[in-house]
Design a binder for this molecule. Structure first.
Ligand code: SAM
Length: 288
């Protein structure tokens, strides 16, 4: 492997920083992996690419050689200043200093990044609000496994349900921790994300609320979890009747949460909305 440790150490010295754990500063030091990430995204001169967390710019530089334009966001002031100098003569690189979670993200058609792991979940859902062709992103392996997990597996979670409802996700390569400087505690994985071509027929907000309620206790039956959640808001003497009606209204009432596919969750959300409306209980599905 072409090891980039010496180059990255020099860059960090020049930038005047030592890697900070709190900012997930574990830098990829294997140039072959950087090249493969760009190949997985099939980056070409037609592409505008977004990179979150530029670090010392090893990925940025390789992206800039292939893409029409690269937008690179870096939170660390010292690294952002280093990157601005490094890419001063590159007309197709824009360095954006700031927190990727707070900034308005530029319009691009591809995203390639070794993400800061401490913001994996919020940044992924923020990226999903954009339109893009493909994202090739590095995550901690355990997180990546939850992203791609299927029903009836231990890793299947609210993250899997909320992500797969919007996108097709797969692990394209597992990366051992030795490929980073300094090495993190756990291994990583490169994940490919492509947005679903056809949106599923459900109100996104209601779907999000339903998965939040259900995946709190994923080994229980759908009806049991909903009842435990809704009964607090119901008058004592109306609870039994509500439960009976809800059981009849939900075709998957007796299924365990961990067994529900994305399509099942869509059905449940729609049936629950109809049931709550018909029983004048719409307010029980809160706005957030
Ligand atoms: N791109 C480099 C690479 O491939 O090795 C660095 C990746 S490193 C895992 C993550 C980078 O994200 C660090 O440079 C860190 O300073 C930056 N970062 C951390 N939090 C951030 C945030 N909220 N927004 C943007 N960048 C952030």
């Amino acid at each position: 492997m072409t090891n980039l440790i010496a180059e990255i150490r020099d860059s960090l010295r020049e930038a005047g920083i030592s890697p900070r754990k709190i900012l997930s500063q574990n830098f990829l030091v294997n140039s072959h992996i950087l090249e493969r990430q760009i190949e997985y995204a099939a980056v070409s001169k037609d592409d505008a690419v977004l990179e979150i967390g530029g670090g010392t710019g090893v990925l940025t530089e390789r992206l800039a050689r292939k893409a029409a334009h690269v937008y690179c966001i870096e939170y660390d002031k010292m690294l952002a200043s280093y990157l601005r100098k490094k890419f001063k003569s590159f007309e197709n690189v824009t360095i954006i200093e700031g927190d990727a979670l707070k900034l308005d993200l530029p319009k691009v058609n591809k995203i390639v990044a070794n993400l800061p792991y401490h913001i994996s979940s919020p940044i992924t859902f923020k990226l999903l609000e954009m339109k893009f062709e493909v994202a090739i992103l590095m995550y901690q392996l355990e997180f990546a496994k939850r992203m791609i997990a299927l029903p009836k597996t231990d890793d299947y979670s609210r993250l899997s349900a909320n992500l797969q409802y919007q996108a097709e996700v797969k692990i394209v390569e597992k990366i051992s921790k030795g490929n980073f400087y300094p090495p993190p505690k756990v291994d990583s994985a490169i994940v490919e994300i492509k947005l679903r071509v056809e949106e599923l027929p459900v109100d996104p907000k209601s779907y999000g609320i339903v998965t939040r309620i259900l995946f709190n206790t994923k080994n229980k039956l759908v009806a049991t979890v909903f009842y435990a959640y809704f009964k607090k808001s119901l008058e004592k003497d109306s609870r039994i009747n509500f439960k009976k009606k809800m059981d009849a209204a939900l075709s998957l009432a007796k299924t365990r949460v961990r067994e529900l596919s994305i399509e099942d969750l869509v059905v449940i959300t729609n049936e629950l909305r109809v049931f709550l409306k018909e029983t004048n209980n719409q307010h029980l599905l809160p706005e957030k």
